[in-house]
Write a protein that binds this ligand. Structure first.
Ligand SMILES: Nc1ncnc2c1ncn2[C@@H]1O[C@H](COP(=O)(O)OP(=O)(O)OP(=O)(O)O)[C@@H](O)[C@H]1O
Ligand SMILES: [Mg+2]
Length: 449
């Protein structure tokens, strides 16, 4: 017995050393593929998930951990996600629908790594923090990374601490692993379109609840090969739509981010093509660039007399959510252009024509003429049909009651399985388990607040 335990521990340590990977990093800290194993000084399971359920998922390597070296950023992410999930819960009595769009957090924890740094000089502080962090994460250089992300977790975090720090807090939000960011993979067109339909419908729900994501781009959409699901992540700048054109949010409107919609340029007329210029550096198509510039001129001319964010007309403020549709359109443009979406359909030209029509409608300069998500979904449905044979499309159209009733129930149960993880796995017997493609525990049946 004793021996067995020892072996297990060894394996755990081995896994911990070899599998910990830096998935991404930003101004807040970084994202890694494992949760922190140390005991936190505060922690909370979110969405009413129990410790036991959480640990089960953890064993299955289902989690990723977003680590914040910056308390403010941690707090901001929690505030917006709480606001969003609270709205979902209030509206639908559960946060299940949010799961269709994204990944709700599962556990939030805070750790105290080290204190009493007063007596140390700046350079000593840095080394001390680095070694404590290294010990904390028990990390090794990640030899598996082939790209430019060469830093270790500690190196990545130490950058974020300021020098007059007296003790070091790090915070962690654990999410389900959601897959690979879209600009790093190749997906089959049909799988992508099906997943995109669900994502767009879910994004529409987010909008209807009054939020705008504001940061839709290939890096913030993940694709999970196991369940064919797209997840929109990174709600760091997501806000209620009526705050988009306010003084508090002017910094974002001014930022000239490449994925920002043209209506953000109503105030800053001198740099009106700034996001277009950046797009041009990715999507080097002069005809596109020149055509868009002309469209910008026509649109922005209508608002010549507006110079303050507060003076933006009410009708523009009301459709702030249309910015997300523009960003999603640019995202699709980049993905199709960079061959992240592999066209498998035999009539490649037809597909590309339809996709380019859709994209053009999503990135129309004037937000009033731009597609709504209802239009996007309709177009995607039409596209999807091109991949399905007439027979498949009409397969169940003429089922009647004269048919073998068992056949009908069989068909129904098949459809359920195809839905993947939608069946409540209420402590199912072992024999039934293999019927489900991926028995995922659905935390969303549980109450959030
Ligand atoms: N749930 C997840 N599953 C898999 N990978 C993830 C997950 N969350 C984040 N990542 C990876 O980490 C990267 C960074 O995460 P995220 O977008 O949340 O932070 P960020 O863009 O660095 O943050 P911010 O923009 O707020 O500074 C993502 O682009 C993705 O590659
Ligand atoms: Mg991001």
């Amino acid at each position: 017995m004793e021996k067995k335990k020892l072996q297990l521990d060894k394996r755990d340590i081995y896994n911990y050393y070899t599998m910990i990977k830096l998935l991404g990093s930003g101004g807040y800290g970084c994202v890694i593929n494992k949760s922190i194993k140390n005991k936190p000084y505060t922690s909370n399971y979110v969405g009413d998930i129990t410790k036991k359920e959480f640990k089960n998922d953890e064993k299955k390597n289902k989690h990723i951990s977003k680590i914040f070296a910056n308390t403010e950023a941690y707090c901001e992410e929690l505030i917006i996600i709480t606001k969003i999930l609270y709205k979902y819960h209030k509206m639908f009595n559960s946060i299940q629908l949010f799961n269709e769009l994204s990944l709700p957090p599962k556990k939030c924890s805070s750790y105290l790594v080290l204190s009493n740094l007063e007596k140390y000089q700046e350079y000593e502080k840095k080394n001390l923090v680095l070694s404590k962090l290294k010990n904390f994460f028990k990390e090794k250089k990640n030899l598996e990374t082939h790209d430019e992300k060469k830093e270790t977790i500690s190196e990545c975090l130490i950058e974020k601490f300021d020098s007059d720090i007296t003790n070091i807090k790090i915070h962690e939000i654990i999410y389900d692993y959601g897959g690979i960011q879209l600009d790093n993979i190749e997906i089959n067109d049909y799988d992508f379109i099906k997943a995109l339909i669900i994502m767009c419908k879910s994004l529409q729900t987010l909008h209807q609840l009054g939020f705008v994501h504001r940061d839709i781009k290939p890096q913030n959409i993940l694709y999970n090969n196991d369940n064919y699901k797209l997840s929109l992540i990174d709600f760091g700048v997501c806000i209620p739509f009526n705050e988009v054109y306010t003084k508090k949010e002017k910094w974002w409107v001014d930022s000239g981010y490449f994925i920002s919609p043209p209506e953000y340029n109503i105030i800053d007329k001198y740099n009106k093509y700034k996001n277009l210029d950046i797009i041009h550096s990715y999507y080097k198509n002069d005809d596109f660039y020149n055509k868009k510039k002309k469209e910008y001129d026509i649109f922005l001319n209508k608002y010549n007399n507006i110079n303050n964010i507060e003076d933006i007309p009410e009708e523009i403020k009301k459709i702030a959510y249309k910015g997300d549709i523009y960003s999603l359109g640019i995202t699709l443009l980049l993905l199709y252009n960079q061959n992240n979406i592999k066209i498998t359909h035999e009539n490649k030209e037809l597909i590309m024509q339809k996709i380019s029509n859709l994209i053009n409608n999503m990135i129309i300069t004037d937000p009033f003429d731009r597609y709504d998500l209802t239009d996007v979904v309709n177009d995607l449905f039409e596209l999807e049909k091109l991949y399905i044979s007439e027979i498949e499309l009409n397969k169940y159209n003429d089922i009647t009651c004269n048919e073998d009733i068992e056949n009908i129930t069989n068909t129904l149960s098949l459809l359920k399985i195809k839905g993947g993880g939608k069946i409540k796995s209420k402590k199912t017997k072992k024999t039934n388990k293999k019927l489900y493609k991926k028995p995922t525990k659905d935390i969303l049946y549980k109450k959030f607040i």
